[in-house]
Design a binder for this molecule. Sequence first.
Ligand code: SF4
Length: 172
Amino acid sequence: MKYLGVELQKPKVGVFDFTSCEGCQLQLANKEGSLVDFLSLIEIVNFREISSDKSDDYDVALIEGSISRADEVERLKKIRENAKILVALGSCACFGGVNSLKNRFPIEEVVTEVYGDMPKETEPVRRVSDVVKVDLCIPGCPVSKAEVERIVVNLVTGAEVKFPKYPVCVEC
Ligand code: SF4
């Protein structure tokens, strides 16, 4: 099937975390009945929570978390270069999420509050689409596992990909 002009058979999928609580990844890794079916449709090639594989060869990149450091910007750009389709996974990735609360305060104040005198490199929080092109955004804090699986299955089977409905609060 083709999606966004990209041919996908059994897509290789990477899941990557940035500034986040990792709750969205945990949703995906939950050992529910649907996990085996889901994993039979895709090939996980990079997903720190469930696998030691660290391949850069993937079709779909699921990005969890917002962007708050210079090294994250570089890492995200590399992932974008590698991925045919990039999905922002969860409200941190889509909108900045709870992390973006720090943008309400001077950055020096935030660093001192969290790290004291330790020097730390940090920047105002950005959503993923502020840094790279995002093909799909799946909001939720955390995301709904069923919703992510449905969207990925749609990608794999060639069915129309329906975007999540708003508001962003979904069942957990
Ligand atoms: Fe955690 Fe919510 Fe951010 Fe997901 S969207 S990583 S659950 S804070």
